[in-house]
Design a binder for this molecule. Structure first.
Ligand code: ADP
Ligand code: MG
Length: 397
């Protein structure tokens, strides 16, 4: 699908996205920069992506007429969040190329299927998931309580619909587990052993229809209360041997899935000497990822550029990072002073620091924990990036 092209009926080359959040917004920006028209399907009239797209179809993700409109308008379609009904992608795929496919999104939507996939390609990827058990029924719950004391203390996670630490309960002992499962609505869950993390990292992979694969070096991520807070993207952000293993594992997981599009794989780095050789695969997101936002400012092709290239069948040049970078997530909390009053952050001071790149997503309502934007810091060397990041973080309180 050539950017800027017009078909015989006068229709412009248009790329579509299911979902209207910030990931959709940055996808729209990348597509438009190349000359594509864009269409967003999203019920919220004030969504970050809907606000900047040429077309905004304001219906539910599973609305048949909305989906028909989307496939009518677009030559190829992608998704920006994994909890979009896989059925919607399946419907769209009947008439248009859809990347990633409903099948792989279906796997990424369900921790049970996801872990089964990771285990299936563990020999190939050289990385396995941590110890866990599936709890879908009361019988399984009882069995875990009786036989899997090795998983405690652990974290009970719903198989579906979890994000940013939601749908998770920490469990100390067997009794807690009963209450935790009830608290999560007695739905299908996995119980994971709580691992002694020394670090977390993620790897972004892009794979085209023809099987061509490119990847970014792993970025190291710091989470606070289950939400990404800071991403460190520079050489030496983690031990080189682990970085190589994580990157190779991510590529082989994407290949094993026959994945098309941008895929992000999250890893845990665990205290060495463990049976996992220091690296455990956590989960995957079938889309660009918060931890890859630094690629917009620090690389010659961003994760969103690659998303556009993969779905449109354009070549995938190996992206090159031209600057070390640190990304600070801007949650709604930043808009509230110590007195609890809403205020505008001091952007003047932040933007007077060298190498700061501010991205706000156009959300009006600043709530605690809500992702409002991010700030990427780039610079000539790691030390200056760290220094500026520290000062920016200080200004943002
Ligand atoms: P989400 O879908 O919310 O991103 P994750 O499974 O990635 O869910 O969990 C969110 C965060 O919680 C992780 O980034 C990590 O900091 C912590 N966490 C999750 N599982 C474990 C575990 N088994 N051991 C230790 N920490 C964990
Ligand atoms: Mg996660």
């Amino acid at each position: 699908i050539f950017p800027g092209s017009v078909d015989a009926a006068g229709q412009r080359a248009t790329l579509g996205v299911l979902g209207g959040g910030q990931l959709g917004r940055m996808f729209v920006h990348a597509a438009q920069r190349l000359g594509y028209f864009t269409a967003v399907l999203e019920p919220d009239p004030q969504s970050p992506a809907g606000l900047v797209s040429h077309h905004h179809i304001q219906t539910g993700y599973d609305d048949p007429s909305g989906l028909a409109q989307l496939s009518q308008l677009c030559q190829a379609i992608t998704t920006e969040f994994e909890n979009v009904p896989a059925q919607a992608l399946q419907t769209l795929a009947l008439t248009r190329p859809v990347a990633p496919s409903a099948a792989v999104v279906g796997i990424a939507q369900n921790r049970i299927a996801e872990k089964a996939h990771f285990s299936a390609c563990a020999d190939l990827s050289g990385v396995s998931c941590g110890p866990y058990a599936v709890i879908e029924t009361l019988t399984q719950l009882r069995a875990v309580q009786n036989e899997r004391a090795d998983l405690l203390p652990g974290i009970l996670k719903t198989a579906r619909m979890g994000y940013d630490g939601k749908g998770q309960v920490r469990v100390k002992n067997t009794d807690d587990l009963t209450a935790a499962w009830a608290e999560l609505g007695s739905v299908a869950c996995v119980l994971e052993k709580m691992l002694p993390l020394t670090a977390e990292c993620s790897v972004l992979v892009a794979r085209g229809w023809d099987g061509q694969v490119v990847s970014f070096a792993p970025q190291r991520n710091v989470h606070v209360d289950g939400i990404l807070a800071v991403t460190h993207a520079y050489e030496g952000n983690m031990p080189p041997a682990l970085a190589t293993r994580a990157r190779d594992a991510a590529v082989s997981i994407a290949q094993h899935l026959g994945y098309v599009g941008v895929l992000c794989i999250e890893f845990f780095v665990v205290a060495d000497g463990s049976e996992h050789g220091g690296l455990v695969v956590n989960e995957m997101a079938p889309r660009p990822h918060n931890s890859g936002h630094y690629t917009l400012d620090a690389c010659d092709a961003s994760q969103f550029d690659l998303q556009v290239h993969t779905m449109a069948g354009l070549p995938l040049p190996q992206p090159r990072q031209h600057s070390p970078a640190i990304m600070l997530n801007l949650l709604g909390d930043v808009w509230f002073g110590a007195d609890g009053q809403r205020r505008e952050p001091d952007w003047y001071s932040v933007l007077s620091l060298p190498g700061t790149h501010l991205h706000l997503y156009g959300k009006l309502d600043a709530r605690a924990g809500r992702k409002m934007g991010h700030l990427t810091i780039t610079g000539p060397d790691i030390l200056s990036v760290k220094t500026v990041a520290q000062r920016a973080a200080g200004l943002l309180g």
